[in-house]
Design a protein around this ligand. Structure first.
Ligand code: CA
Length: 381
């Protein structure tokens, strides 16, 4: 009997240590060990869903470089006049003409903290941009020497200048890694914001913390009346979601970095608990939502997400590919594997073409000539 008790105790202890292993490491080790964007696969191969048979594979082989010699372009957004705004993680906002031929630095944010995976991250435009010229930015900053935070700000963008700065959401916990940072307006005209767990996993389960969440706010940064918890939180239990897109039924999906491999594509439910840090990969627990697909032992390090023609496409940093997932068939596929290096952003342009950004100058790859780049993809049958 005593022996049995001992074995059970050891098993429980083992389980606890496994679940809370992150807290065992120092901050410094953690930054290296738990860097999402540079983690390696446990081994090659994926235990995943059906891989593409090739029959339904879209031909994406034709590409055109529309901008190069950039530095870690993090997010892209097209304006109604088809010009393109790009954030660089190092703090600059760039404006490109539609064909990429003209490039201008229209602003440099001077309070951005560029450290680890933090810096100037997301950008998006208001649903009524034509009327109000509002753009929104997400960036990492430090209010004292010791802390790292993230915030969302709004500017009026006209005559190629940023004016009338307003802070929309402030004091989002930050860290060297796991800062989230994706911004998009939903079909319901509210602003959705991904935040990371700021390397403090338990915050993801705390519905009163802004860390490890998908937030949903009005264009002024207030909580919409129908948010699930009476605050800015829309879903929780996220580790570091960095891609958002809606399907044809206005259903929100999000990409998320897993702890070591086990990256996720989630179908987001209002008020849903997406499990971190209690469950990972395909694990299940009552009251928690497991991903639709996850990378198993493989690593995608997924970032930008878009939806086009019934298929999701998402950027892979460490995976060095553009991944596709068809929710109707369950087929997972990839394009440009190792061709462009690390891919950070993927958006659909006003011309219905996919635009990618590379991220080979983020210190985690050997840059190729002309890096970083923005690449336009031509689909053909
Ligand atoms: Ca999860």
């Amino acid at each position: 009997m005593r022996k049995l008790l001992l074995i059970v105790t050891i098993l429980i202890l083992g389980l606890l240590i496994w679940q809370y292993k992150e807290t065992l490491f120092s901050n410094k080790n953690r930054e290296t060990l738990f860097s999402d964007e540079n983690k390696t696969s446990i081994q090659t191969g994926s235990k995943l869903t059906a891989q593409s048979s090739g029959e339904s594979r879209v031909n994406l082989s034709n590409t055109k470089i529309i901008a190069e010699n950039l530095e870690v372009p993090w997010a892209l957004v097209f304006l109604p006049d088809r010009s393109l705004l790009v954030t660089q993680r190092t703090g600059q906002i760039l404006l490109f003409s539609e064909d990429g031929s003209a490039k201008e630095v229209i602003a440099i944010l001077d309070d951005v903290l560029v450290s680890g995976e933090g810096g100037l991250l997301g950008i998006t435009i208001h649903s009524d941009f034509r009327v109000n010229n509002y753009i929104y930015l997400y960036y990492t900053y430090s209010s004292t020497q010791a802390n790292t935070l993230n915030r969302v700000v709004r500017y009026k963008f006209s005559d190629k200048k940023l004016r009338d700065r307003t802070i929309i959401v402030d004091d989002i916990p930050g860290a060297s890694n796991h800062n989230g940072g994706r911004l998009k307006f939903g079909p319901d005209r509210f602003l959705y914001i991904t935040t990371g767990d700021a390397q403090n996993p338990s915050l993801a389960q705390d519905k009163n913390s802004l860390a490890g969440k998908i937030l949903r706010v009005t264009d002024e940064g207030k909580a919409p009346l129908d948010n699930p918890f009476g605050n800015l939180v829309y879903s929780y239990g996220h580790r570091n979601a960095q891609g958002l897109a809606w399907d044809q039924n206005n259903q929100l999906w999000a990409t998320e970095h897993g702890p070591s491999a086990q990256d996720e594509l989630n179908k987001i439910e209002k008020g849903g608990n997406f499990g971190w840090p209690e469950i990972t990969g395909d694990e299940q627990k009552v009251g928690m939502v497991s991903p639709v697909i996850q990378s198993g032992l493989d690593t995608w390090a997924p970032a930008g997400l878009l939806y086009s023609g019934g298929v999701f496409y998402f950027a892979g940093l460490r995976g060095q590919a553009l991944y596709s997932f068809n929710p109707a068939t369950g087929e997972l596929d990839n394009y440009f594997k190792n061709q462009f290096g690390r891919i950070r952003e993927a958006v659909l342009g006003p011309d219905n073409k996919i635009y990618l950004s590379t991220s080979n100058r983020d210190g985690r790859a050997i840059p190729k000539q002309g890096d970083d780049k923005i690449i336009k993809i031509y689909q053909s049958q």
